[in-house]
Design a protein. Sequence first.
Length: 268
Amino acid sequence: MKKITIIGAGNLGQALAIGLTKSGQYNPSDISLTKRNIEELSHFVDSGYKITTDNSLAIEEANMIIVSVGPQDAEKLFHSIKGALNPNKHVIVSTITGININFVENIVGDEIPIIRIMPNTAVAICESMTCLAADDDYSDSLNVVKKIFDQLGQTLVVKESLIAPATALCGSGLAFFLRAIRAASQGGTEIGFHAEEAILLASQTARGAASLTIESKLHPESEIDKVTTPKGITISGLNEMEHQGFSSAMIRAIVRSANKINDIIKGN
């Protein structure tokens, strides 16, 4: 996977490019970005990336082709590039919401490895949670792609049927946790901190909570128990959160997002 082309370099595609270089696995010159409006990618040229509007040309130089377009553009895109694909050279990595492997195979054929992934935009700082899936016939290609994304955060290989739920939990979920940080910072401002101080305090506290959970491999409640005491301030705040429906709101948001993905899948 010496050369990578990212087709559809929107927010996620750009984050992938930045993360791949930040991880130290690739130089900017190893990565090509395509977009209809390449003026939006001018800063990537300054950093040494290759940009073009010609998908087929970009594919010729690549080994791994990351396709990161909207689901409404998927069918047209795959039809337009299938003639440039080489089963002996290329691996397709798709981030497209609601588009399964069978859909892609029906257009480009089943001789090219197709890996579905769901990262999030924290991939830009090598802190993504990325789920991956592939057909059993292409487990070797899956392992190669996984090793690359292991350097961009945490990875988990799942059944393809779980990629859509992963989009809700890990993709949209990033926004949900950011909203929780914003809410905590607003609370911090109300109790006396300047806005920028409150954001720092809330963000680092959230990072600490996540790191504790990952490092300890214990249920979050184990760490919660360590900071709650009888008649204490923490349990008072936790109970108020539950009275106001915090857990329910988070659960409903994730389920609602997953249901929305199912609507997109049905539409295709």
